[in-house]
Design a protein around this ligand. Structure first.
Ligand SMILES: NC(=O)C1=CN([C@@H]2O[C@H](COP(=O)(O)OP(=O)(O)OC[C@H]3O[C@@H](n4cnc5c(N)ncnc54)[C@H](OP(=O)(O)O)[C@@H]3O)[C@@H](O)[C@H]2O)C=CC1
Ligand SMILES: CC[C@](O)(C(C)=O)C(=O)O
Ligand SMILES: [Mg+2]
Ligand SMILES: [Mg+2]
Length: 343
């Protein structure tokens, strides 16, 4: 049985006594910085000179410094810059400014698991990894709820790493939903597997394949969009509330019977064999090395994938249809559609 933690298992005072540097102010960084501050924690944000995010953090009244200055001031540093940027950030701004007894926190275990960052012996090394996108981490916290977290301690140099990790998890709302004790290895491998095969890669490919199958057969793209993408949210909401069983309770018997008959024809043993191959590439570092090599070269493969996927016909028909539904809107003011906007 997994070891679970809830709000009563943590004491906010443990982190309220710390000086925290949040490095990065993107999806997770803004959520952690704002919720830590709302939980009474002394926060500064570390961003390079010229960073586009500086104005956003300053507009929230947060103190913004360079990463090196923020680390030097802090005794708890949380690394929430993009994973491929963390190795250089660590070497240039974190390592030279780390002091004995500091705590180094992560939101994902990638750089520790694959050895791109090797912290010194005298610091606590821990992780609070939300199981949800950062914008939802903040939205849920603000509405009195929370997104579950995985918590791990890689190195307990001070003997205080666990109470500190749980206090951090509580401060961002994670223990309202529950924290599960794990290791950097388990979090990294399962997180990469989940996002590649199910949550992001698997679902996106499944939606596109369904849309293409219907439109290739002559059905209207608008119908295919509602069938394969829009309604997915409504179906997943039922799964979120009551598991797959609740979804099967609400849909028609026709749909439920078709689910049993055709689901295994789509997700068959060949798909599971591909999943095992993906897991193998994750565990032996093949995926990590490919990602880091591409990023070190300026991300040519990543940019090409992003541009190609944004040209898929489902994006155009979806944009047009969403504009006709006033309640279907982006909750995130800084989200702009299109590669050009994201840079
Ligand atoms: N996205 C998510 O929901 C989740 C992410 N995680 C993990 O959280 C961590 C952060 O990911 P995510 O929030 O997606 O990251 P983002 O891509 O959203 O981070 C972008 C932010 O980092 C800043 N940044 C870029 N380079 C540096 C640098 N060298 N020093 C300081 N800041 C920098 C950017 O500044 P600028 O605006 O100037 O570009 C921007 O503020 C990763 O470890 C990730 O795996 C874990 C769970 C979910
Ligand atoms: C599912 C993608 C994720 O792992 C997440 C939001 O949990 C990520 O890396 O962004
Ligand atoms: Mg994840
Ligand atoms: Mg992830």
């Amino acid at each position: 049985m997994a070891k679970l933690f809830y709000d009563d298992d943590a004491d906010l005072a443990v982190i309220q006594g710390r000086t925290v540097a949040v490095l990065g102010y993107g999806s997770q960084g803004h959520a952690h910085a704002l919720s830590l501050r709302d939980s009474g924690v002394d926060v500064r944000v570390g961003l390079p000179e010229g960073s586009k995010s500086r104005a956003k953090a300053e507009a929230e009244g947060l103190k913004v410094l360079t990463p090196a200055e923020a680390v030097a001031e802090a005794n708890l540093i949380v690394v929430l810059a993009p994973d491929p940027a963390q190795r250089k950030l660590y070497a240039e701004a974190i390592e030279p400014n780390l002091a004995e007894g500091d705590a180094l926190f992560f939101g994902h275990g990638f750089n520790i698991r694959f050895g791109y960052i090797k912290p010194p012996a005298g610091v606590d090394v821990a992780m609070v990894a939300p199981k949800g996108p950062g914008h939802l981490v903040r939205r849920e916290y603000s509405e009195g709820r929370g997104v579950p977290v995985l918590v791990a301690v890689e190195q307990d140099a001070t003997g205080n790493a666990w109470p500190l990790t749980l206090a951090y998890a509580k401060a961002i709302g994670g223990l309202r939903a529950g924290g599960i004790q794990t290791t950097f290895t388990e979090e990294t491998e399962t997180d990469l597997f989940g996002e590649q095969t199910v949550l992001c890669g698997g679902v996106s490919a499944l939606i596109q394949a369904g849309f293409e199958t219907l439109t290739d057969a002559g059905y209207q793209p608008e119908v295919a969009y509602f069938e394969c993408l829009h309604e997915l949210k409504l179906i997943v909401d039922l799964m979120y509330e009551g598991g797959i069983a609740k979804q099967r309770w609400s849909v028609s018997d026709t749909a439920e019977y078709g689910d049993y008959v055709s689901g295994p024809r789509i997700i068959d043993d060949a798909v599971k064999a591909h999943m095992r191959d993906v897991l193998s590439d994750i565990k032996d570092g093949t995926f990590a090395q490919r990602f880091i090599n591409d990023q070190d070269a300026g991300g040519p493969e990543f940019k090409r994938f992003r541009e190609e996927s944004e040209q898929h016909p489902i994006e155009k028909v979806g944009k047009d249809l969403r504009e006709l539904m006033a309640w279907v809107k982006s909750h995130d003011d800084d989200y702009v559609e299109g590669t050009a906007a994201r840079g």
